[in-house]
Design a protein around this ligand. Structure first.
Ligand code: HSE
Length: 429
């Protein structure tokens, strides 16, 4: 074996950083054999050196001074597991400028500043890898970039947030209300104390921006992603969905239709026999459709210390191979196109709509008349008995444009006997 040593440092010894350190220590023999080098963890940056840890690293490895890592000429590769933008992005820029390869799990930083960081890595002839930024341990970035690269990707659609999938699973399987499941998930440490990024869909949107850019070869600005979270989902819609043969999942959907990209994150009804419908608890799955390969689904743990560490260490091994072969940057975004993002009013979907109406003769015909006038064709209708003064009227449409649905709903809302538009879900068949 070549006795050249590759020196690695980790920024941030939290859940993910500890997973990386554990894998490097536990699998050091196999890793060294695979790359033909000794891989040594030489420095770990953490802001709190007094914290009790499961993992005891030698005192001279630990530091709370970023420059001990970023400016150490001996260090070859930096693993960034701090997360967020500040101060992380500045650390990464400093590392790339110092000609250190960087491996990150940071979806927000890659989604917002990926292009800038890829360019900087290119300029400095170093690698910038980010497999762990989407789907934790699921090897989706490398699959899209390498294994599926022969294809025109038509669709990437996934459950890419474990927290919301856990909450929805409990709501569906146990009939528990959103607020109660969220409180329980926070108590057990499954949901963050501030759950906004997960619950309102930002986390999924960062991941969708990364996936779509790679799948469709065109950068996707995070602000162009249509975003709806799960906090407004009501038990009664879950019940109607069941009755209609659907389950509700928070999906990140990327599609290329007529050379335009559709990018949206929202609660979606999918048939209960769809492969994504069986993805429960905190698991993630990404469904991909390519013109040559057809349909594929990747399933696994989308977060956590060891699964995310698995993706990071795989990147690390790839970087070391690049160092040995004197090549670099094979995994950055190949955004060679500049495709337009389709406006939401132009997307075509089926819709589930729940209206709360006064139970009187003629209501259904007024509602269906307005839908008809706006090119919206109804596939099925459910009407249940009186709850209060109103009754729920549940409709599922055929495929229509979102613009037509929204125009029809505006008119329906004005009807005297319609109390409210209770809910609207897009349905993916
Ligand atoms: N907060 C994310 C989730 C994990 O719940 O899936 C990290 O991306």
């Amino acid at each position: 074996m070549d006795d050249s040593e590759i020196k690695v440092a980790i920024l941030g010894l939290g859940t993910v950083g500890s997973g990386v350190a554990k894998i490097l220590l536990k699998n050091s023999y196999n890793i060294s054999q695979k790359v033909n080098n000794t891989v040594k963890l030489v420095k770990v940056l953490d802001k709190d050196l007094t914290r009790e840890r499961e993992l005891n690293l030698p005192a001279d490895v630990m530091t709370d001074n970023p420059d001990d890592v970023l400016l150490d000429p001996e260090i070859d590769i930096i693993v960034e597991t701090i997360g967020g933008i500040n101060p992380t992005k500045e650390f990464v820029i400093k590392a790339l400028k110092a000609k250190k390869h960087v491996v990150t799990a940071n979806k927000e930083m890659v989604a917002k500043y990926g292009n800038e960081l890829f360019k900087l890595a290119d300029k400095n002839e170093v690698d910038f890898y980010f497999e762990a930024s989407v789907g934790g341990g699921i090897p989706i970035i490398r699959s899209l970039k390498e294994s599926l690269t022969a294809n025109q990707i038509q669709e990437v659609m996934g459950i890419v947030n474990g927290t919301t999938n856990y909450i929805l699973t409990k709501m569906i399987q146990e009939g528990v209300k959103f607020d109660n499941v969220l409180a329980e998930a926070q108590q057990k440490g499954y949901a963050e104390p501030d759950p906004t990024s997960d619950i309102e869909g930002y986390d999924s949107a960062y991941k969708l921006s990364i996936l779509s850019a790679i799948a469709f070869g065109s950068s996707v600005n995070i602000d162009d992603i249509h975003l709806e979270g799960i906090s407004d989902i009501r038990q009664e819609d879950i019940t109607y969905a069941k009755e209609l043969g659907y389950v509700i999942k928070l999906l990140a959907i990327g599609k290329e239709v007529d050379e335009e990209i559709e990018v949206r994150v929202h609660p979606t009804m999918i048939p209960d026999d769809h492969p994504l419908a069986a993805v429960n608890d905190a698991f993630n799955a990404i469904f991909v459709k390519g013109d040559a390969v057809g349909e594929l689904m990747y399933y696994g743990q989308g977060a956590g210390s060891m699964p995310t560490g698995s993706a990071i260490v795989a990147d690390l091994i790839d970087v070391i191979r690049n160092i040995n072969y004197k090549t670099n940057n094979r995994i950055s975004c190949s955004c060679y196109e500049d495709k337009d993002v389709k406006s939401m009013s132009d997307i075509i979907s089926k819709y589930y709509i729940r209206l709360e109406v006064i139970d009187e003769p003629g209501v259904l015909s007024s509602v269906s008349g307005i839908f008809g006038d706006n090119n919206v064709s109804i596939e099925s209708v459910i009407q249940k008995g009186k709850v209060d003064d109103t009754v729920p009227l549940v409709l599922v449409t055929h495929q229509v444009t979102e613009g037509d649905i929204q125009t029809a709903l505006k008119e329906i809302k004005e009807l005297d006997r319609v109390n409210e538009i209770g809910s609207l879900f897009r349905v993916e068949d």
